[in-house]
Design a protein around this ligand. Structure first.
Ligand code: BGC
Length: 403
C-alpha cells in the first residue's frame, strides 16, 4: 500500500504525457508510445496466429499478486491488440502489477479470466465484455469479492455490478458513418444502400446502428437511398427512432457477428440475391474495419457494381492502407491511447480511495452507470497523415502510397 504514493507520481506524469499526446500534442512521448503500440500490434498479431493460447499476461509480480486486471475480448482483431499495447505501456510504466487476459470470443473463458484475476487479488478489473449480457455473472462475482469493475468500451448490461464505464461516443461513430455515406453518395435518388451491423451480443452494435439510422432514415424515407438487403429495415423506414427490439430485428438480418468471414458470406449472398437494379453505384454501412475490408473485397469483384462507398471504424492498420489505396472510403479513429489512459486513471483513483471523475451516465438496463466518454475522429484519405501519423499513432513507414 505504501507504494501508492510513488505510483501516483509516476502514473500522473505518464498520464499527463499520454493525454497531451492524445489531445493532438504530437510530441515525442506520444510518438514513442504509439510506435510501441504499432509494434506490439504486429508482434501480438504474429503471436495470435502462431498460438491458440487464450491468454497473454504482462507485468505480473513473482508472487502473482495483481492490482489491476484487464480482460479483452479477442486477440483475433487488431483493434484489441491496440488496446492491449496501451494498457501494457501505461500500467507497466506506472509500476502497477497487472495482467491482461484475452477471452477469445468465449464468455466461459471470460468468466474464468475474471475469477483468475480476483483470486490473484485484483482490486480493479477493467473488462471489455465478449457478450455484454453474459458478462454480468462474472462481474457480479468480482463485486462480491470487493473488486471494482470498470466496463471498457462495451457496456455490461442488466446488472448493478458495474461501477464505471469508459467509452468512446458510440452514437457519434454510427452517426459519422451514416453522414459520410450521405455526403459522399452520388447525386440523384434510388441509390442502393447495403446495411451491415455488429454482433447482437455487443451493446455497441445497437448504439452504432442507432447513430447511423438517425441520419440515414430521412434519406431512406425520401427515396435518396433504397435499402438493398434488409426487409426489417425496409419495414421500419418511416420511423425516425427505433426501439431496441426494432434495431435488434434489423441486426438479426444484417449482423456480421464482428466476424470477417460472416461479413464476407453475407455480402456475397446479398449480391447473389440482388439484380442489376440494386447494384451500379452503391453505398455500404459497414460497422467496423475488419468487416469493411471483407465486404469491400466482395463488392469490388462484382462486375455489376460500378462504384461503392464503404464505412469502417477503428483505424486498423490494414484499413488505413485500404483507405490510402481507395478500397475503403473512411474509418472512424478511436484513439485507444485516451481510452486506456482514462481507465488507468480511474483505476488509480480507486486504488487511492478517490471517486473517479465521470462526465455522463449510461443506462445498462438496471442502473445508470457513471461514464467517461471520449470523442471520435473521422479519417479519410486526406487526413490520414494529420490524424494518424502526425499524432504519433502510426509511423508513415508502416504504409505505402502515403503523401
Ligand atoms: C468496438 C469496436 C470493434 C467491435 C468489434 C465494438 O464493441 O467498439 O471498436 O470494432 O467491437 O470488436
Amino acid at each position: 500500500m505504501k507504494k501508492k504514493s510513488i505510483f501516483t507520481l509516476v502514473l500522473a506524469s505518464v498520464l499527463l504525457t499520454v493525454l497531451l499526446a492524445a489531445c493532438g500534442g504530437g510530441n515525442t512521448s506520444g510518438a514513442q508510445s504509439e510506435s510501441s503500440a504499432s509494434k506490439a500490434e504486429a508482434s501480438a498479431s504474429a503471436e495470435a496466429s502462431a498460438s491458440t493460447s487464450t491468454e497473454a499476461s504482462t507485468a505480473t509480480t513473482a508472487s502473482g499478486d495483481v492490482q489491476v486486471g484487464i480482460v479483452l475480448p479477442t486477440k483475433d482483431e487488431p483493434r484489441w491488440l491496440q488496446d492491449q499495447a496501451q494498457f501494457e505501456k501505461l500500467l507497466g510504466d506506472a509500476g502497477f502489477t497487472s495482467q491482461v487476459l484475452f477471452s477469445q470470443g468465449s464468455s466461459a473463458t471470460e468468466k474464468t479470466n475474471v475469477e483468475t484475476l480476483v483470486s490473484q487479488g485484483a482490486q480493479v478489473i477493467v473488462i471489455c465484455a465478449q457478450d455484454g449480457g453474459a458478462a454480468a455473472a462474472a462481474v457480479e462475482d468480482a463485486k462480491k469479492a470487493g473488486t471494482t469493475v470498470i466496463a471498457y468500451d462495451r457496456l455490461i448490461t442488466d446488472t448493478d455490478a458495474v461501477d464505471y464505464y469508459v467509452t468512446f461516443n458510440s452514437f457519434a461513430v454510427g452517426e459519422a458513418q451514416g453522414q459520410y455515406l450521405i455526403d459522399n453518395a452520388p447525386s440523384g435518388s434510388g441509390i442502393p444502400l447495403y446495411l451491415y451491423a455488429g454482433a447482437a451480443t455487443d451493446n455497441n452494435a445497437f448504439i452504432f446502428f442507432e447513430g447511423a439510422w438517425s441520419v440515414l432514415q430521412p434519406k431512406i424515407a425520401d427515396g435518396t437511398f433504397v435499402i438493398a438487403n434488409s426487409s426489417e429495415a425496409e419495414a421500419l423506414k418511416d420511423k425516425a427512432e427505433l426501439s431496441r427490439d426494432e434495431i435488434g430485428k434489423i441486426i438479426g438480418q444484417v449482423t456480421t457477428d464482428w466476424d470477417f468471414n460472416v461479413a464476407k458470406s453475407k455480402a456475397e449472398a446479398h449480391l447473389t440475391a440482388n439484380g442489376a437494379d440494386m447494384k451500379g453505384d452503391v453505398v455500404i454501412l459497414a460497422p467496423n474495419d475488419g468487416t469493411a475490408r471483407s465486404i469491400a473485397d466482395v463488392f469490388a469483384t462484382d462486375s455489376d457494381v460500378s462504384s461503392y462507398i464503404v464505412t469502417g471504424q477503428d483505424a486498423e492498420k490494414a484499413s488505413v492502407q485500404y483507405v490510402i489505396d481507395g478500397k475503403q472510403s473512411m474509418t472512424v479513429f478511436k484513439d485507444t491511447r485516451t481510452l486506456a489512459a482514462d481507465s488507468v486513471a480511474m483505476a488509480l483513483d480507486v486504488l487511492n480511495g478517490k471517486t473517479p471523475s465521470t462526465d455522463t451516465t449510461y443506462d445498462n438496463g438496471k442502473i445508470e452507470v457513471p461514464a467517461k466518454e471520449t470523442p471520435i475522429i473521422v479519417v479519410e484519405k486526406d487526413n490520414v497523415s494529420k490524424e494518424l501519423i502526425d499524432s504519433g499513432y502510426y509511423e508513415a513507414s508502416e504504409f505505402t502510397g502515403l503523401n
